[in-house]
Every structure is written in structure tokens, then in C-alpha cells.
Design a protein around this ligand. Structure first.
Ligand code: HEC
Length: 131
């Protein structure tokens, strides 16, 4: 009986830790990606922008499920899961918009997509952190 409880506690804390790892992995990858995107725009390096976007998308995909997002919302913000999850959808849309504009060599429009992407990060962080 005691052993069972210890095992159960171990399993529970392991799953809590891995849920945290998903967030940390996802955010770490998105941060690395968006820094590459920024570097690419500032240095006029389209390949760097594209590589960065691939990373942002990879990280965003890991943290786009409503159930995962809801876990991180403060108790009084649970009703805002749709807004938070729209921020994640906006990030993947922006990634596509930036890529399409790069294809057209429409760099100013592409850069606007990058600003919108940053705003989407802040939109979700603002809810989570009660800014
Ligand atoms: C759908 C919600 C959501 C979106 C969108 C989002 N984040 Fe996060 N982010 C979180 C949560 C939840 C945390 C952890 C709580 C906190 O730090 O306040 C977090 C934390 C972070 C952290 C700190 C990670 C750590 O180890 O503590 C970084 C860096 C980060 N996000 C980067 C980004 C970037 C870059 C973007 C946009 C490309 C982004 N996030 C978009 C929800 C989101």
C-alpha cells in the first residue's frame, strides 16, 4: 500500500515535470526561432528568416492544443483559453504570411508579419502573467 502511494506520487510528479518540459521546450525553441527571424530581417538574410520560422512553427506546434494551453492559465483566466489559443494560431498564420511575402520579395510586408508574430507572443503571455 505504502509502496503503491510512493509509486503513484512518483508517476504524478513525473507527469507534472514533463508537462512543464513541453512548455519549456516549446518556448525555448520559439525564442531561438524568433531571434533568428529578427536577425534575418535586420541583416537582410532571407535564409535566416526562413530557418527561424521553421523553428518558431516547430515550437508553436508543441504548445497549440487547447488542453495544454488551459493548464497554464491562471484560475481567473481559464475562460480566456480561446484568446490564448488564437494567439498560437496567429503565430502559425504569421509564419505563412512572412514566407509568402519573402517569396514575393515583399520585405516590408514580411516584416509586418514578424511584428504581428511578436504581438501574438505577448498576447498569450499577457493573459498568463496577468499583465
Ligand atoms: C498560447 C500561449 C503562449 C504563446 C502564444 C506564447 N507563449 Fe511563451 N509562454 C507561455 C507560457 C504558459 C509560459 C510560462 C509562464 C510564464 O513564463 O509566464 C511562457 C513562457 C515563455 C518563455 C520563458 C520560458 C521559461 O523557461 O520560463 C519564453 C522565452 C517564451 N515564452 C517565448 C515565447 C515566444 C518567443 C513566443 C512567440 C513566438 C511565445 N512564447 C508565445 C505561453 C505562450
Amino acid at each position: 500500500m505504502k509502496l503503491k502511494n510512493i509509486l503513484l506520487a512518483a508517476i504524478l510528479s513525473a507527469s507534472v515535470a514533463s508537462a512543464n518540459d513541453v512548455m519549456k521546450n516549446s518556448m525555448g525553441i520559439m525564442q531561438a526561432g524568433i531571434e533568428m527571424v529578427q536577425y534575418g530581417f535586420i541583416n537582410n538574410n532571407a535564409d535566416m528568416i526562413r530557418d527561424g520560422l521553421a523553428k518558431v512553427k516547430e515550437g508553436n506546434d508543441m504548445f497549440s492544443d487547447d488542453k495544454v494551453i488551459a493548464k497554464y492559465l491562471p484560475k481567473d483566466k481559464k475562460h480566456m483559453v480561446n484568446v490564448a489559443s488564437n494567439a498560437s494560431k496567429r503565430i502559425s498564420l504569421d509564419a505563412n504570411i512572412i514566407e509568402l511575402n519573402l517569396d514575393d520579395r515583399a520585405y516590408t510586408k514580411a516584416a509586418e508579419g514578424y511584428s504581428d508574430m511578436l504581438n501574438a507572443c505577448s498576447r498569450c503571455h499577457g493573459i498568463i502573467r496577468s499583465w
